[in-house]
Design a protein around this ligand. Structure first.
Ligand SMILES: Cc1ncc(COP(=O)(O)O)c(C=O)c1O
Length: 386
């Protein structure tokens, strides 16, 4: 049989999936591996899409997306962040944030180019970097409070660095950045000729303070590529709508990758996205009120169990340390699942710097969260009395 790309041997099924896939083996399992809102897409968004299917052309749109959607994205950025992205040439509609990540990385990377990623981090970047011939350079945030500090970034930039990739609010830690912290990072970005890729897909899921988008820093626009989308903000993971914004010079290249990859995003989904951005911007706030309630509950329970944990200020994940029970988070999660039927994600799935932690998602009902906390406590009591 002919052989696949040699690099494929290093590409594993993500840890999030590995545990989610085992949930079915345990009929009574509580599943906190979820990476998507438990809220259904709001009715008016669905209706807008249904209406469009009935009344609008369902042929390919422009490669960069329907103009009305690009304009809605551009207006959203202007209103929320004061950013100027021309709907013609600086906004690209993609198939989820995932396709945005793929397009951006493939458009900028030459073989051997390094991408600095503060970690623990989302597991969707490394495989694309590796397949593009690039090199992933995870830098350890565990000694800096899970925050990328200016020193951490600057000390790691070399002549091989092509990009720094940030994700905030951060999956898996729920960390966000203040204006002061972002200002300090931007000082570093101003000094170096590298791209800054910023995955802000959880931007609307900021649970405390305001989201400080890198789109706000107009003087570094030529370096910054912002990835965003509606999956998390509007409970729209299955619609597959994301977008990339950036300076037109580099967006031309990202668009070229996108058009060979997908031609354009799905048209019914693009109409749904227009409704979400034009008339449903109150939705994330409503979801956040619920996430805050759950976050406070699970945080208090984890602290009560004696686990070291940072209170998340964004996204819907919490990332306690379980290191005192052994460094191997995979083993911890496997035993947790098999002993008390609770599925969570091992921290190691989020780079080696996530080791010793577990990720719990609170995108589930309060009842499930309570049951999950009880089971985790039970398991920890078993470990403590061993
Ligand atoms: C940080 C981050 N970026 C991107 C994505 C992918 O988003 P989408 O479903 O829009 O492709 C996810 C999904 O979990 C994520 O956590």
């Amino acid at each position: 049989m002919p052989k696949a790309n040699r690099k494929m041997k290093d590409i594993e099924v993500p840890g999030t999936r590995q545990f989610a896939n085992r949930v079915d083996e345990f009929p009574d399992c509580v599943d906190l591996t979820l990476g998507q809102p438990d809220f259904e897409t709001p009715g008016p968004i669905k209706e807008a899409s249904i209406d469009a299917i009935r009344t609008k052309s369902m042929k390919y749109s422009h490669n960069t997306g329907l103009f009305e959607l690009r304009e809605a994205i551009s207006d959203y950025y202007k209103k929320k962040y004061g950013a100027d992205y021309d709907p013609n040439g600086e906004v690209l509609v993609t198939v989820g944030g995932s396709e945005g990540i793929d397009g951006v990385l493939r458009a900028i990377l030459d073989p051997g180019d390094e991408v600095i990623i503060p970690a623990p981090t989302y597991l969707g970047y490394e495989p694309i970097i590796e397949l593009s011939g690039g090199v992933t350079k995870f830098v350890d945030m565990t000694d800096t409070g899970l925050i990328a500090t200016p020193e951490l970034i600057e000390d790691n930039i070399t002549e091989k660095t092509k990009a720094v990739l940030l994700n905030y609010p951060t999956n898996p830690t729920g960390v966000t950045y203040t204006k002061e912290q972002m200002d300090a990072l931007v000082e570093v970005f101003r000094r170096h000729d590298v791209f800054i890729i910023t995955d802000e897909i959880y931007g609307e899921n900021t649970l405390e303070g305001d989201h400080i988008s890198l789109a706000m820093y107009k003087d570094i626009k030529e370096k910054v590529l912002v990835i965003n989308g509606l999956s998390k903000s509007h409970g729209m993971t299955g619609w597959r709508i994301g977008y990339v914004t950036g300076h037109r010079k580099i967006m031309e290249e990202v668009t070229a990758v996108h058009l060979y990859n997908t031609i354009c995003a799905s048209i019914p989904s693009q109409y749904a996205a227009i409704e979400a951005l034009r008339n449903q911007l109150h939705i994330p706030k409503e979801m956040n009120a619920e996430y805050i309630r759950r976050r406070d509950y699970i945080y208090d329970r984890l602290v009560g169990m004696g686990l070291e944990v940072k209170k998340p200020t964004g996204a819907f994940y919490i990332f306690p340390s379980v290191e005192k029970y052994g460094k191997d988070s995979f083993k911890f999660c496997t035993n947790l699942l098999e002993t008390v039927q609770l599925a969570v994600v091992p921290g190691r799935s989020f780079s080696e710097f996530g080791e010793g932690h577990i990720r719990l998602s609170f995108a589930c009902s309060m009842k499930e969260l309570e049951e999950a906390a009880d089971r985790l406590e039970k398991y920890i009591n078993i470990l403590e009395t061993k």
